[in-house]
Design a protein around this ligand. Structure first.
Ligand SMILES: *[C@@H]1O[C@H](CO)[C@@H](O)[C@H](O)[C@H]1NC(C)=O
Ligand SMILES: *[C@@H]1O[C@H](CO)[C@@H](O)[C@H](O)[C@H]1NC(C)=O
Ligand SMILES: *[C@@H]1O[C@H](CO)[C@@H](O)[C@H](O)[C@H]1NC(C)=O
Length: 333
């Protein structure tokens, strides 16, 4: 651990006694605000600072435990450090995914050799990391990412598709713009709409607006979808043989919010209470395979400033950790 971190932790000890905020953190606070371009009103400043100090304690404590080899991943005070857990959770209320049993095609693993490492980014299937902002639109980014991959597989052309198109236009299917949405409703929209625009013609705004879809600008279409059977084996098979897979996870924990690098493992994670949609773009392991440090490679929609340039490694082979294998699916294009 660096002396700087130690010093800051000592300061935190003082912080509890000093009301309302610890002056010794002033420069760190200023640096953080500058880095993340935060600009508060006078009224906001005190409350934001208090939340930030709380979050800082959590992150620093976690990273001490990482240095003591009690954790396999690090955390950092990223752009979300001024949000309370409640505020963060509001950003990701998903409509619970409908019972998928009724749908036709279920992807079952068949026994065959699977590669030990898969990373579709290297094969050109994955567009740049996007940032959903404060709009609760993870579902739109996850679906767009899954279609992007399958369109690339079919056409050899990689095009960023438009989550804004999904946010603005999939209300009739049951979505609620920036409030909440379901990946399957979004997919249903693309299917019944007969197309989806590209990010370049229908750019992201981070707020719901009127539907401005134009058929002549459509950049992708879907003909159906397959769900992945609820097991990590089935998911591994789908990721290895199909491409990036849209999944839901429990991302409601502070450790997820401030994830920096390493293999994410959260003991409080649920396999059933899914509230965030992401894209699995590969899997692999660190160290020797027998170490058990296997991971899923996940593309998030919180910008490149979150995690490992926008990506996360999530523990694989830990009993469907955070529900990664609970609601996987991919579109057919
Ligand atoms: C910050 O906000 C204040 C008040 O809204 C404004 O006057 C100022 O120009 C802003 N500064 C930056 C750097 O955006
Ligand atoms: C998200 O997951 C957490 C923990 O599993 C749960 O407490 C919360 O109710 C979930 N939120 C939604 C909107 O499903
Ligand atoms: C964390 O790392 C230890 C040591 O390498 C390993 O034994 C353990 O399986 C890892 N846990 C996860 C969830 O990856």
């Amino acid at each position: 651990m660096s002396p700087v971190v130690l010093l800051a932790i000592l300061c935190l000890g003082v912080a509890r006694a000093t009301q309302p905020s610890d002056p010794s953190l002033d420069s760190e606070w200023q640096e953080w605000k500058t880095k993340y371009e935060k600009n508060y009103s006078l009224e906001e400043e005190g409350q934001k600072r208090a939340v930030w100090e709380e979050n800082m304690k959590v992150v620093k404590q976690h990273n001490i435990e990482y240095d003591q080899e009690k954790k396999n991943f690090t955390m950092e005070l990223n752009a979300f450090a001024d949000m309370t857990g409640e505020e963060f959770r509001k950003m990701m209320t998903n409509i619970p995914v409908q019972n998928l049993r009724k749908k036709k095609s279920i992807h079952q693993p068949i026994f065959r050799y699977l590669p030990k490492f898969v990373d579709w980014r290297r094969r050109g299937y994955v567009t740049s990391v996007k940032n959903q902002g404060t709009c609760n639109s993870c579902w739109a980014f996850s679906v767009a990412g899954a279609i992007e991959g399958q369109m690339f597989r079919k056409t050899g052309r990689l095009v960023s598709l438009s989550p804004q198109n999904l946010v603005d236009c999939s209300r009739p299917e049951g979505n609620h713009g920036c409030h909440m949405g379901s990946t399957l409703y979004a997919l249903k929209y693309v299917w019944s709409n007969g197309g989806l625009e590209a990010e370049s013609t229908y750019p992201y705004e981070g707020k719901e607006g009127p539907c401005r879809y134009l058929p002549r600008r459509s950049a992708a279409r879907v003909t159906g979808f397959s769900t992945v059977a609820r097991s990590e084996e089935a998911l591994m098979h789908a990721v290895a043989t199909i491409g990036p897979i849209s999944v839901g996870i429990d991302a409601s924990h502070v450790s997820f919010r401030f994830y920096r690098r390493g293999i994410y493992y959260e003991p409080r994670c649920s396999s059933n209470r899914i509230n965030h949609s992401v894209l699995v773009v590969g899997y692999g392991y660190e160290g020797r395979e027998s170490d058990g440090r296997k991971y899923w490679l996940i593309k998030n929609s919180h910008g490149v400033g979150w995690g490992m340039n926008g990506y996360m490694k999530l523990a694989r082979g830990w009993n469907n950790h955070c529900g990664i294998a609970t609601y996987g699916f991919y579109p057919r294009v």
